[in-house]
Every structure is written in C-alpha cells, then in structure tokens.
Design a protein around this ligand. Structure first.
Ligand code: 9D3
Length: 255
C-alpha cells in the first residue's frame, strides 16, 4: 500500500519512520510512505503556502494552489482514484474499525493541515474524508497522520509476530473490545510488591481465567461503555457475566 503525505513539516516523519516494530514495514515499502511539501510547489520568490483569512480574524489559512499542485503530482504517479484524507478537528474520530479498513486498503493521500485551516474550496474540490484524533486541539495534522500510519503498519502481516500479539483473535483486546490485563516481569518481588501468585503458578488454565477476569474488571471500572458494547456484540460468556455480577456486588480495585 502507498500513502502520500502532504505536509509543511516532512522532517517530523523521519524519526518515526525509522523507529520501532513498524520500521521494517516502512523500510521494505510494504507501507510505502512518500512525503510532499506544498512549499516545494508554491510559486513566487516567497513560495507562499498560507495567507490571511478573507473576512478577517486570527491566524493564517493554507492556500489551495500549492496543495492542488501536490495532488496533481501524486495523481501522475498513481492509477485510479484514491481517497484524499484531511486530518481535521472536525473529522470523524479515528477508531479501530477505521484503522482496519485502512490496513486492508491500497492506501491514500493524507493531508496534514497547519495554521487555522485550509481554504474550503480545496476541501470541497478534493477531500473525500476528514479524520480527527479526538476532541482536543493540536497544532497540525502530522501527529494524527503518524497515528494512522503506525496503527496501519502494525496490522501488516509479519510486523507483530512475537507471541502472536494480534494473531490470537479470541484473546485479542482489539477484536473483542475489552481493555488489556495487567502485565508483570522480573523481578518477582519489587520494592516489597510481589507479582500476583497465579502468574507464577504454572497453571495456564487458571492464568487464562485470571487474565480474562482482570480484563473484565479493568474495563468495567474505566470504560464501562465497552462492557455494554461487548455484551451487545455477544462477546461475553455466561462465566464473564457471572464474574461481572459478582464484581458489581463486591467491587475490588483493579489497576
Ligand atoms: C479556533 C478553532 N480551532 C478549531 C478547534 C482552529 C484549529 C485548531 C487546531 C484549526 C486547526 C488545528 C490543527 N489541528 C489539526 O490539524 C488536527 C487535529 C486536532 O487539532 N485535534 C484532533 N485531531 C486533529 S486531526 C488534525
């Protein structure tokens, strides 16, 4: 798959693309990321990419022309129509189902806004969807673009294979919609605090049950709406429901 990223700050992407478990996916071109700077497509000796808003007000607005030239350059290289995404606080919130669709796609063109926004005429003419990272204010679309690329890259075949991190569907929190259980590693006792006994018991049936119950307890405590969603989706067993009932009448303090 190929993603063409239009950004005034392409240098922000370099360390991200060279780091961590996703690096191989980017290096191999399995997730082929190309960066275009509208400044390289701006005209005049000042190479302007932004200007003052018509009607007045604070800040600057990204001009349609340099962005359109970037799109034209990309469309010379790519066949067929490809989605044109604008990252925007007014977009649809990014979630797992959206990430999965992108992970199975041929990619697209991702536009990172800066300043107060982008000339609406460019959006009307070219943008096919808008994506937000959530209801808080960032200074631009670069971090949301990296968030989508990271989430998509880690779902590619061969990227995450240690201990079947996302292979075991029935235990995958991403797929059954519950939060993860707590994790522990050595030492077994750390500043007088011991690892839960069951995890060193060697009884994997007990360990699996304990982890499932921890996930139910953590989710019920911090994201109760996810419990309701899992129930509606038929993802809770009779044993899960019994545990949740006991939890409700005798709430413990999960992490
Ligand atoms: C004063 C009005 N602001 C809208 C809430 C203007 C404004 C704020 C921040 C315009 C652009 C931006 C830059 N943000 C993004 O480009 C952005 C973003 C975000 O700020 N929050 C969550 N998701 C995203 S995706 C792109």
């Amino acid at each position: 798959m190929r993603f063409d990223i239009i950004t005034l700050f392409p240098e922000l992407f370099a360390p991200f693309l060279k780091t961590g478990v996703t690096r191989r996916a980017f290096d191999s071109g399995q997730v082929d990321v190309r960066l275009l700077n509208p400044r390289d497509h701006a005209s005049g000796s000042y190479r302007r990419v932004d200007d003052r808003p018509f009607g007045g007000g604070p800040g600057m607005v990204m001009m349609a022309e340099p962005l359109t030239r970037c799109l034209q350059q990309i469309q010379l290289q790519r066949y067929g129509t490809v989605p044109v995404v604008l990252f925007s606080p007014a977009g649809k919130p990014l979630g797992h189902s959206m990430v999965e669709r992108w992970a199975q796609s041929n990619g697209g063109i991702l536009i990172c806004g800066r300043y107060e926004g982008i000339d609406q005429r460019f959006i009307d003419a070219h943008v096919t969807e808008q994506i937000s990272l959530g209801d808080f204010v960032l200074s631009g679309g670069e971090i949301p673009a990296m968030a989508l690329l990271d989430a998509v890259a880690r779902l590619q075949p061969g990227v995450l294979n240690t201990a079947g991190s996302h292979q075991q569907d029935s235990f995958n929190p991403e797929l059954d919609g519950l939060l993860d259980c707590p994790h522990y590693t050595r030492p077994e006792v750390w500043i007088e605090s011991a690892v839960p006994n069951i995890l060193v018991s060697g009884n994997h049936e007990h360990i699996d049950r304990w982890r499932r119950q921890q996930r139910l307890a953590v989710t019920a405590r911090w994201r109760p709406a996810l419990i309701d969603a899992a129930r509606r989706a038929g993802r809770l067993s009779t044993a899960d429901e019994a545990f949740l009932s006991a939890l409700a009448s005798n709430p413990t303090q999960p992490g």
